[in-house]
Ligand binder design. Sequence first.
Ligand code: HEM
Length: 510
Amino acid sequence: MEMTVESYQVSFTASNPVLVVSVAFFVYLLTRIIYDLYFHPLSRIPGPASWSCSRLPFVWALLRGTIVHDIELLHKKYGPVLRIAPNEVTFASSEAWGDIHQPRPNHQPFLKDPLWWSSQPGHPNSIINAIDPKVHSRIRKALAPGFTPRALRSQEPFIQKYVNLLVERLKDQAPSDLSFEIDISPWFNYTTFDIFGDLGFGESFECLEKSTYHPWIALLFNSVKAAGFVVSARFYPWVEFILMKCIPPSLKKVQKDHYHQIVEKVDRRLNWELDRPDLMSHVILRRAEETGLPHGEICATFMVLTTAGSETTATTLCGAVNYLTAHPEKLAILSMEISSTFYNMEQITLAALQDLPYLNAVIQEALRLCPAIPWVLPRRVPTGGDTVCGFWLPGGTPVSIQAWTLNRDPSYFHDPTSFEPERWLPEAYSKKGSPFYCDQRQAIEPFSTGPRSCMGKHIAWAEMRLILAKLLFTFDLEAVAGKEFKWEELRTFLLVEKRPIYVRLKPRAV
Ligand code: HEM
């Protein structure tokens, strides 16, 4: 039987539509891969072929929690400028802080990437996810008076109260004056969430009081991994569409209730007659003004601040204690500094702690090695394109900074993976013989920089100094043999993973 070319084509298309679609898809995919690898405007940027031609390796690393470590390995291989997706570039270079986060004369600002930050339709803006610079600066101005060093002086009694309570509650855990073993990690969270509760809403979360997480916080931690899925889905709008349709009404209700609990706290605080120097008081004062924040923005802002202002500080404290107990010789220097400076707890004030060299050096080193935000989330290159670290990038390209990699880069720091508070002591800056003399300490920006840098930096420093000082004034600390872990083992699910940090506490003879 004879078969013409025409008849063959007809039967091919008519009888095998699946095959036709598959071939078309394969050709599309191949063309796309060739374009991304060789003709895309980012094809000159170094990076592995698999990440440069597909978003999948990135999403996979994000979901497994290994993104920070995977990208660190890639930076080691490809250098400080790295293509991590067909359209995205990331940097482990100090120059990138200035280029991406600081205003540059005659340059448009790099705004937050809406894929990561934008609020859901119909939801109000908050300080963290407002993308429009005008909206953001209005919110920031309304909050700013509550975050100054002067405001902190009047907020000190709130912070002292919860740090004292932490010490008392830890003493209560001791069966006697003998040493006892405890997972210290949740205690840092209890303290920082309670402080924020009081400073933000005028009522603590009562975590220290009850020695457990408030259900609001427990739910927050439980939903962090789910948030990774939601963000990953945004890279594929059809997946996002299906995922959103699959969320059961019961889960939506849980989400709504979570937000509503914050609204209730905000409302209780707004209705107080009492004038107290907390973070909300300045917001209330300005409410009647034209630039005052609407109710929705106050609720959304204090909702995200509860996490931003508590979890970050607790993570850094966990890192500091984990490294200190792994290095008893450094812990001994810090304990000695504290016990030789203070004779009773009342003397331990923020002013007195401000200039303790070793305490400050330990916190700086913890901020370097255990960044609470190990990967500063993407900004978008402005329309028309711009340069970052000398590389021209098209408008709309998402760009981010890998603080984790940068902070451990041997070209910036001597012995970069080692815990060395000494690199932050005055001698390291001034003595040429110091091994840390050439360290590029200005490369570390744990609180970011520019108009969107952390507003709570002073509060965070105050909490970290006070908690470490009072803890070490009251107890001798040591690691529990066989239960130690290295900070590098922790994964990142938007927030740094929580692991028990077992320490042995022994009340000091004062
Ligand atoms: C060790 C503790 C902390 C660290 C490492 C830290 C770090 C950061 C970083 C890196 C950002 C910028 C994120 C970005 O732009 O993508 C940020 C933003 C922010 N942080 Fe913190 N933070 C800490 C504690 C706090 C505390 C205690 C508060 C409040 C009580 C706070 C309030 C804020 C606010 C309001 C912003 C948003 C600023 C804006 O967008 O204008 N932070 N923080």
